[in-house]
Design a protein around this ligand. Structure first.
Ligand SMILES: Nc1ncnc2c1ncn2[C@@H]1O[C@H](COP(=O)(O)OP(=O)(O)OP(=O)(O)O)[C@@H](O)[C@H]1O
Ligand SMILES: [Mg+2]
Length: 252
């Protein structure tokens, strides 16, 4: 079953055709890689799908048209994304970063504090428990009380993924999860992604690290200059002449 289906997506910035008529589908429970040279339009594609940016074309998720929805509504539908440059709240701890992730907690409304103090307490306890379960999954429980700003680049990537898990996403879109991450952590991140996929989650992953992306992806989409150049199984894509040309910048 197609979880996500994108048709003729387009976004221009002045004369720059960042995304120029792209169509793709992602099957539920699979990992789709998205590669392409700098400026190909990969992040813009994420921005469009997640509602951070508006373009033309159609985006259908679980049979629902989502391309007119604001980003928080898209998230409520079950799509979550991480950023190329991690956006953790640096002056808060790792645990607080997770606990603040879900929207509309009862405790955010003042009357609830008076009318439903008990309920608020119970909800906070549940959120803390869930946060800790997620930190355990990503093996960063020991960093719970560290300020997010003090984490290494790789740990910040994990924190982003952990925060994203708080909304129980169906589709997680990762923007360069392996960039600037050491090989040991990189292998761990691959494993986490794989385990979550085993549990039924679907992924769309942007990455420049070709060995890492071919290792985890079921299929790979290659973008260049706003267009989809090709799509296929990792081995197929790696052998594709047009892909080699784009990466080597010559005639192969
Ligand atoms: N907000 C914006 N305003 C103007 N131009 C933009 C904007 N966002 C992206 N662009 C341009 O759109 C094109 C695609 O950018 P995008 O960030 O989507 O590429 P990318 O494939 O993610 O590249 P990278 O691998 O370097 O992250 C680039 O030419 C970029 O300069
Ligand atoms: Mg990018």
């Amino acid at each position: 079953m197609d979880l996500l289906s994108v048709r003729n997506l387009r976004k221009h910035f002045g004369g720059v055709k960042a995304v120029d008529g792209c169509s793709l589908t992602i099957e539920a429970g699979t990992i789709m890689g998205l590669i392409g040279p700098n400026g190909a339009g990969k992040t813009t594609m994420f921005n469009l799908i997640s509602g951070f940016e508006r373009g033309s074309g159609e985006i259908v998720f679980k049979g629902i048209r989502i391309n007119k929805l604001p980003s928080f509504k898209v998230a409520q539908c079950g799509i979550v994304r991480t950023f190329q440059i991690p956006r953790a709240l640096t002056k808060m701890t790792v645990l607080e970063n997770l606990m603040l992730a879900p929207k509309a907690q009862a405790g955010e409304r003042i009357w609830n504090v008076w009318l439903r103090r008990r309920k608020v307490k119970e909800q906070e306890r549940q959120i803390k428990e869930k946060s800790r379960d997620i930190l355990r999954f990503f093996e960063i429980s020991h960093l719970e009380d560290e300020y997010a700003g003090a984490l290494s680049g790789g740990q910040k990537k994990l924190l982003e993924m952990a925060r994203a898990m708080m909304i129980d996403p169906l589709l997680m879109m990762l923007d360069e999860p392996f960039a600037g991450v050491n090989p040991t952590l990189s292998r761990k991140i691959s494993r986490y992604i794989d385990e979550l996929r085993e549990a039924g989650m679907t992924f769309l992953v942007i990455e420049h690290d070709i060995p890492a992306i071919t290792r985890i992806s079921d299929r790979i989409i290659v973008m260049n200059e706003g267009k989809i150049l090709t799509e296929g199984a990792p081995e197929e894509v790696k052998r594709n002449r047009d892909v080699l040309n784009v990466y080597l910048g010559g005639d192969g």
